[in-house]
Write a protein that binds this ligand. Structure first.
Ligand code: HEM
Length: 406
């Protein structure tokens, strides 16, 4: 195995405390774009044999598009299955769409895509617009934490609206969802993530069970009853799908909103431009700039070659979106935050392969609605202190963002 030329492990949470380590990634893209990192001491929190770090836009695309060679089956989050993980734990991971390969992935994605058609997403617009105005309108203080006051709630409301979760159950569902995603940083949440996951799983399975016996005109019924090529989701499969939405659609969108606000307020000309012309291109620039998911991984199914580098079978290949989104061969002035950037072929929602973010259009709608509500109701918002980052090499997160609202 070639000796690594890089000095950093780009999954090391400590190097993200001041944001994406741009200088290091630029060096890797230039000198060592497919680079062996001998040991994981990053977000996974345990040692492992190592992985390949892929940092250029073109190579991340190539990996994303080739699920035959680069499998999602051994867990796409940056840790490989932990050695002491039980068979049940592994089966649970593999029951999630993100960790499936074709043909299982193709079949299940065809079913769940039913809930994410442009029509289905557009039907949520009015309710989410009202929610966005309520969230912004209900901030009663002069100053506060933008993340907890504003960025947190709409992503959860959007998933609840999508699934038709009744108002009286939303408190529980939101609590389970938030505590599940706090595992990377114990300070972030008090509750036990595993217990919360079980709580949410049980709730979702009960929902599916009810729809199987008493079908309604809603998305849950569509997913558990309607047959697509003879297939529908079982009660268990539906439960895991909801679990995944709570992870995939919650913190990601929250961070895209927080990064967008932080970048706009740090670049006052861009905030003025947003307020006066509301460019539709802004949302994708927030996602590129923040790259809320820093990395996902694949495992090679056979010996292969990527960008001239031989990679043996069974090794992990990590795609760093946080690097690819600043690739100077693709983006003009990548370190300039430009809400009118077009085209903007960022990989914040993944490469354009089979696993491309299913919720991308829902996320775009939410982000668009919340920023329009902020521009309408609190145009004088300003920064009141530095952003406090989440300590994670996997999620580019902002934990707290002190602001003055008026
Ligand atoms: C997949 C990012 C919002 C649901 C992905 C992937 C990325 C991503 C990078 C690709 C995973 C891979 O290639 O292995 C984001 C970002 C978001 C966001 C940055 C917000 C700005 C959402 C929302 C939902 C959602 C709102 C749903 C409510 C999913 C699902 C997948 C996925 C279900 C798995 C698709 C599959 O495996 O076929 N997302 N996501 N995401 N995302 Fe998102």
């Amino acid at each position: 195995m070639a000796e690594p030329r890089t000095r950093i492990d780009p999954t090391d949470p400590d190097i993200y405390l001041h944001g994406i380590p741009h200088a290091e990634f630029a060096g890797m893209r230039r000198d060592d774009p497919v680079c062996w990192i001998p040991q994981v001491r990053g977000s996974a929190g345990f040692d492992d044999e190592g992985y390949w770090a892929v940092t250029r836009h073109a190579d991340v695309m190539a990996v994303s598009r080739n699920s035959e060679t680069f499998s999602s089956r051994e867990n796409t989050a940056i840790a490989r299955f932990q050695p002491d993980m039980t068979r049940e734990g592994i089966e649970m991971q593999q029951a999630i769409l993100l960790n499936m390969d074709p043909p299982q992935h193709t079949a299940q994605r065809a079913i769940v895509s039913r809930g994410f058609t442009p029509r289905a997403i557009n039907s949520l617009r009015a309710a989410l617009q009202e929610r966005a105005s309520q969230i912004v309108g209900s901030v009663g203080t002069e100053s506060g934490d933008f993340v907890t006051d504003i960025a947190c709630e709409l992503p959860l409301q959007a998933i609840a609206e999508l699934l038709g979760v009744p108002q009286e159950d939303r408190g529980n569902v939101f609590e389970w969802s938030n505590s599940m995603i706090g595992y990377d940083d114990p300070e972030f949440s008090g509750a036990d993530p595993m217990e919360s996951a079980m709580g949410l799983l049980g709730y979702a399975m009960q929902m599916a069970d009810e729809r199987q016996t008493c079908p309604r005109d809603d998305i849950v019924t569509t997913l558990v009853k309607a047959e697509i090529a003879g297939e529908h989701l079982s009660v268990d499969e539906f439960g895991f799908f909801v679990l995944m939405l709570a992870v995939a659609g919650n913190e990601t969108t929250r961070n895209a909103i927080s990064h967008g606000m932080h970048a706009l307020l740090s670049n006052p000309d861009q905030w003025e431009l947003f307020k006066s012309s509301r460019p539709r291109t802004a949302v994708d620039e927030f996602v590129r700039w923040g790259s809320p998911i820093n990395v996902f991984q694949r495992t090679t199914t056979h010996d292969t070659v990527l960008a001239g580098v031989p990679i043996p079978r069974g090794q992990r290949v990590a795609m760093f979106y946080g690097s690819a989104n600043y690739d100077e061969t693709v983006f003009t002035d990548p370190y300039t935050f430009d809400i009118t950037r077009s085209p903007n072929p960022h990989l914040g929602f993944g490469g354009s392969g089979a696993h491309f973010c299913l919720g991308a259009n829902l996320a775009r709608l939410e982000i668009d609605l919340i920023f329009n509500a902020i521009a309408d109701h609190m145009p004088d918002i300003s920064l009141a202190g530095p952003a406090q980052r989440l300590r994670s090499g996997w999620i580019n997160g902002i934990k707290h963002l002190p602001v003055r609202y008026r």
